[in-house]
Design a protein around this ligand. Structure first.
Ligand SMILES: [Zn+2]
Ligand SMILES: [Zn+2]
Length: 357
């Protein structure tokens, strides 16, 4: 069938919205009519050539929609189901999946260059994170389309597919924040605000948000941070405020300097969790002697998610009024205005621009 997608051809040209060809869903695949897709910072990195994407490509990996066709053998969803797209294939067969670490599934691909259901003028289109959801319709493995119930609007549901799961899961699953603990969150974009909400819902006693932009610090306070501060002097400030270091620090920026800060601001025996996407060239150096303080430094991908079970839980928390997704939606724009939305995301003060279809 024909569908409409936003194509990125190079780092220095605007995306073009074009009619493209989409193959029918094959065995184990579903076709989803996309209703909303967030513009994530990883999409901006991909446009800039800092991700494993081959142009021409279709980006977009934070989407919600409705199942409108099933391939052979699909039983997990039905036509008409509302779904949130996940970017782990959760193949169910590789060693990480068999262990239960589906966020580490070995079938996870940032790029599907040279294969996949999408083509344009006879040439295959790459799909970022094997989704390519800046498109009116996508064909994906059924394991990447997670059915959700409740009345969550698509403009909020889509955020569960990347920012919310990543941040919320970093706090609640990777760091496993316990009630009463102190949690510092460095970087208060969409992921950081979701981490703050995860810490709040886990029962953190104190949540210290750190960000240079005043608007984001306010959003952090609205998300449940108990205090918000500028990065200047933040390490000493957190150590002083917590009487020796935070129990947990979550880094949502993606720079070695802020990762060091996270490690330095936790108490002996504390946990520093790196969520931010660093460049391949960046190197993190820590004095190994500090590891003798039993500090833990760990990464977190996709908030250690199992999307099939975690996405419905996040929707339930939202429906109960405990998880505020609305706060993360900085602006909603029609799909046709994708280039304007990308420019606004680059400007930096909006948490998320969400596109509707
Ligand atoms: Zn993302
Ligand atoms: Zn797997």
């Amino acid at each position: 069938m024909k569908t409409t997608a936003a194509i990125v051809e190079s780092s220095d040209q605007p995306l073009r919205i074009e009619e493209v060809d989409l193959a029918e869903p094959g065995r184990g695949e579903v076709r989803v009519r996309v209703e909303a897709c967030g513009i994530c910072r990883s999409d901006l990195h991909a446009i800039d050539g800092a991700e494993s994407v081959v142009f021409p490509a279709v980006l977009g990996h934070e989407a919600a929609g409705v199942v409108d066709a099933l391939g052979e053998g699909v039983e997990s969803v039905a036509e008409g189901d509302r779904v949130v797209l996940s970017w782990t294939p959760a193949c169910g067969r590789c060693p990480p999946c068999l262990r239960g670490d589906v966020q580490l599934c070995q079938a996870l691909r940032m790029s599907t260059a040279g294969s996949g259901p999408l083509s344009w003028q006879g040439q295959p289109l790459d799909r970022f994170m094997a989704l390519g959801a800046f498109s009116e319709r996508v064909v994906v493995p059924a394991s990447m389309a997670i059915a959700v119930t409740g009345d969550v609007p698509p403009t909020e549901a889509c955020l569960i597919g990347c920012a919310v799961m990543t941040g919320f899961g970093a706090a609640t699953k990777t760091a496993a924040v316990r009630w009463g603990e102190s949690v510092a969150v460095i970087g208060c974009g969409g992921v950081g605000l979701a981490a703050i909400q995860g810490a709040r819902i886990a029962g953190a006693g104190r949540i210290i948000a750190i960000d240079p932009i005043a608007q984001r610090r306010q959003a952090a306070l609205d998300s449940g941070a108990t205090e918000a501060r500028d990065p200047e002097g933040a390490v000493a400030g957190v150590i002083e405020a917590t009487g020796g270091g935070a129990d947990v620090a979550i880094e949502c920026v993606g720079r070695s300097e802020t990762m060091m800060d996270a490690f330095n601001m936790i108490r002996p025996g504390g946990r520093a969790v790196v969520v931010g996407l660093a460049s391949f060239a960046d190197v993190l150096q820590i004095p190994p002697i500090m590891l003798l303080m039993e500090k833990v430094l760990t990464g977190s991908i996709y908030g250690s998610a199992n999307p099939a079970t975690d996405f419905p839980k996040l929707v339930a928390l939202r429906d109960q009024g405990r998880l505020n997704l609305d706060l993360l939606v900085g602006k909603v724009r029609p799909f046709a205005e994708i280039n304007e939305g990308i420019a606004e995301m680059r400007e930096g003060s909006l948490t998320r621009v969400v596109l509707t279809f």
